[in-house]
Design a protein around this ligand. Sequence first.
Ligand SMILES: O=c1ccn([C@@H]2O[C@H](COP(=O)(O)O)[C@@H](O)[C@H]2O)c(=O)[nH]1
Length: 224
Amino acid sequence: MSNPIYLALDVPRLDAAEALARKVKSHVGGLKLGLEFFCAHGHHGVHEIAKIGLPIFLDLKLHDIPNTVAAAMQAIHVLEPAIVTIHASGGRAMMEDAKAAAGEHTKVVAVTMLTSLDESDLAATGVGGSAHDQVLRLADLAHSAGLDGIVCSGQEVGAVHRQWKDGFFVVPGLRPAGGVLGDQKRAVTPREARDAGASVLVIGRPISRAEDPVAAARAIEATL
Ligand SMILES: O=c1ccn([C@@H]2O[C@H](COP(=O)(O)O)[C@@H](O)[C@H]2O)c(=O)[nH]1
């Protein structure tokens, strides 16, 4: 079985991101480049990180009208990312057009409810009900729009997996037991997420901010 850990390279400098990725590359299965990285380093940065030889996950969380999102998907096609994120709340037409514009080897997955939110945040945006219901509702929409899978927290992935057997499930907001939560509100351990059906485990600060990132990555890998 391949290593499900994708390291979130949320560090501002390209040389630092590259150095970190090279250090931990034998303990992770892929590299996740987010908005912070893409805004700072663009296509050039992605090409540089791709030279390390691991699959690239472009976590751009695209969210706009269908035409704009499809055009953005076409613009990143050349980077051949393994995974790209869009927001499920952009609606069915946006998701359908994004999937149609993506490369055939790129998995398009929809963010349902950010792991930094809880039910009170949801209520503040005018959405009633539980995180569980919101994630299942948007997972259903993403599935019917023909996406490959979704992004959700480890608290919901088991339920989504039961209703979407062959879905591809990306789970961020993971913390080793006793780890610092920071801005994450629906965290579980990497092992709990994997056991519940996660396909990809996104891990950032527990590795990137550790005193010894290699030891941290190795320790997390050993729990799986
Ligand atoms: O709901 C979401 C969607 C994406 N993320 C991203 O995952 C990593 C998590 O980093 P940590 O340092 O392990 O908390 C980060 O890049 C987020 O942009 C998420 O956390 N939650």
